[in-house]
Each structure stands twice: as C-alpha cells, then as structure tokens.
Design a protein around this ligand. Structure first.
Ligand code: 5GP
Ligand code: MG
Length: 180
C-alpha cells in the first residue's frame, strides 16, 4: 500500500519491509559479534509496545542464549513527545548482574532511553548496551552512546512495524511517514 489512513491523518510509504529486514540482518550480525565471548547471563529488555515486532525479528537472528524481559514506558501522546517519561508498567524480570541489551523501536530526543538506562543501572545490570531499530540523529541530544542502530532516519513522524499513531498502525510491516 502506498498510503494509509489512521484516525485523522494520512501516511505514505517510507521504508518497505525488505529494507527493514536487511537492516535487521546487519544489526543482528553486529550484536552477535559484540556478544561473542561475553560470559554470564544475557538479557534482552524489550520496551513495550513499540519494540515488540523489532525484538521478535531481532531475536530470531541472535546466536547466543539470552533471557527476554519486557517493560512498558511511554512519553508520547499523539505525534509529539510530551517531554515527560512515565513508567507505565513494571518490569517483567530481574536485571541484576546481567548483561543487558535494551531494545527500542525508535530514539528521538533520547529522553526515554536516558531514563531507562539510569533505571537499569540503578537496578544493578552488569552492563548495558542499547539497540534501536530507528534513530533520528538530528533530534538526539543525550550523551548515552547508542551501541547498535539498524537505520538512521530524518526527523519525521513515522508509523508501522510496531510504531503507532495513537495506538493504531503497529501491525503494518512497512514503515510509513506522515504525509504533509
Ligand atoms: P524520545 O524519548 O527519544 O524523544 O522518544 C522515544 C519514544 O517516542 C519512542 O520509544 C517512541 O515510542 C516515541 N517516538 C519517537 N519518535 C516517534 C515516531 O516518529 N513515531 C512514533 N510512532 N513514535 C515515536
Ligand atoms: Mg518506544
């Protein structure tokens, strides 16, 4: 589909599924290389709901044993960041002493990932690395290094592949951008 309509807005095709798949293949290879030889318990922290689809695609490509922990955080209402990050769900497992890979759908200003990173540090993770499907480098203003990025994108509002506009659009396998 070239265009989709969600609530009151129209979105046009931006990143077709094939391109997302290749980007995930490439980032998974980097993660496999980075964790080769790392001893101890590994855990993936999937940030709900947006990162569900990316996490499942990514995990299939990982060649090391890892736990899966989920957590829900939300800072967005509509198409603009509220600037306030709220922890809307408790974490599903214990990260203490584990090699933690945080998996995010998209990093914009970095507020969410900064809060999450500090929470996980306080919770006693042995080390923390961050993987995001999409990064908006033009928006990211934080110091925390983003270790793995599947794809950089411009500063536009996008939906699909797990990402929503007011809870709709998550099921599309292609990524769509707000049609101006
Ligand atoms: P940040 O805290 O980095 O500004 O925003 C990160 C969170 O905002 C992401 O986890 C995601 O939930 C949401 N977000 C940021 N940019 C977009 C976007 O273009 N589309 C959608 N649907 N959500 C976004
Ligand atoms: Mg998110």
């Amino acid at each position: 589909m070239e265009k989709i309509k969600l609530h009151d807005k129209t979105f046009r095709l931006s990143i077709p599924y094939g391109e997302i798949e290749s980007a995930i293949d490439a980032v998974a290879r980097k993660i496999n290389d980075a964790y080769r030889g790392v001893e101890g318990t590994k855990a993936i922290l999937c940030v709900l709901n947006g990162a569900i689809m990316f996490t499942s695609e990514l995990m299939k490509r990982l060649d090391f044993d890892t736990e899966l922990i989920t957590m829900k955080l939300s800072s967005y209402a509509g198409t603009a960041s509220t600037g306030e990050v709220r922890e809307t769900m408790t974490i599903s497992g214990d990260v203490r002493g584990k090699h933690l890979l945080i998996v995010e759908d998209i990093i914009d200003s970095g507020r969410t990932i900064e809060v999450l990173y500090n929470m996980m540090k306080d919770a006693g993770a042995a080390d923390i690395r961050i993987c995001t499907m999409l990064l908006k480098p033009g928006c990211y203003v934080k110091e925390i290094p983003i270790d793995f990025v599947a794809k950089n994108i411009p500063d536009d509002f996008i939906v699909g592949f797990g990402l929503d506009y007011d809870e709709l659009g998550r099921n599309y396998k292609d990524i769509y951008v707000l049609d101006a």
